[in-house]
Ligand binder design. Structure first.
Ligand SMILES: C[S@@+](CC[C@H](N)C(=O)[O-])C[C@H]1O[C@@H](n2cnc3c(N)ncnc32)[C@H](O)[C@@H]1O
Length: 219
């Protein structure tokens, strides 16, 4: 079966920009306390439910995976781009990073305690989101946790130049309200939301959602 073109395009773009991207964002996670706080909350929730296997999809250079690992999670990364994976494996040789797409997780049904998707669902077109979130639900155990961090605006941008390089990279951006509608339609219970303004060096506001696989019945 041929690969959907949005995957081919995103892989080619990240393979092109990987070196420059990693250099530009190498200390990013030291600079974003609100994002880190939501990742910490995600890790606390997974651990409070007994822990288990966590997948950091779109793991890029592996900094998000390493942060979640530092919070006590049994986590591995998954990324589409071999060039980004090479950086992650070099920087974090103690962690596991696999090549693949978040749209087709090669894990058994109900096997994951958590999925984190940090600044990567922005590369999935709207029409593919229902299938993506259905795949996340299939892979998560009942009550399993999902963390989404993304740019907070309602716009599609095709970026063709950065770092003096040319490529094609689509950004499908949604407000947290619109993302929540997709998640709830897929059967997730969205229970926490954070938004923040841009910080120095950023040009777009950010949003973060925490969700559970299925609605929890409270007694
Ligand atoms: C903006 S980077 C974010 C990296 C990391 N999560 C972070 O926040 O530092 C987006 C990453 O998502 C990856 N990606 C894009 N589409 C993907 C897909 N369908 N499956 C897995 N990874 C994907 C890209 O290769 C890239 O490494």
């Amino acid at each position: 079966m041929t690969e959907p073109s949005f995957l081919t395009t995103a892989r080619a773009a990240y393979d092109t920009i990987a070196d420059a991207y990693v250099k530009a964002f190498e200390d990013e996670w030291d600079r974003v306390p609100i994002d880190r706080a939501m990742m910490t909350a995600f890790a606390d929730l997974v651990r409070a439910d007994g822990g288990g296997e966590v997948l950091d999809v779109g793991s890029g250079p592996g900094e998000t995976t390493a942060y979640l690992h530092s919070q006590g999670l049994d986590v591995r990364g998954l990324d589409l781009s071999p060039a980004m994976l090479a950086h992650a494996r070099r920087s974090h040789p103690e962690l596991r990073f696999d090549e693949g797409t978040m749209t087709e997780l090669k894990v058994p049904d109900g096997s994951l305690a958590g999925i984190s998707a940090v600044y990567c669902v922005i590369h999935i077109p709207d029409e593919e989101l229902p299938a993506l979130f259905a795949e996340f639900r299939r892979a998560l155990r009942p009550g399993g946790h999902l963390l989404l961090i993304f740019m907070n605006l309602d716009e599609h941008i095709l970026r063709t130049e950065a770092f003096g390089l040319t490529f094609q990279l689509n950004y499908y951006m949604r407000t947290p309200g619109r993302m929540t509608e997709y998640l709830e339609a897929a059967g997730f219970d969205v229970h926490a939301q954070a938004t923040r303004k841009t910080q120095p060096g950023e040009n777009l506001p950010r949003a973060m959602l925490l969700a559970r696989n299925g609605t929890l019945v409270t007694q």
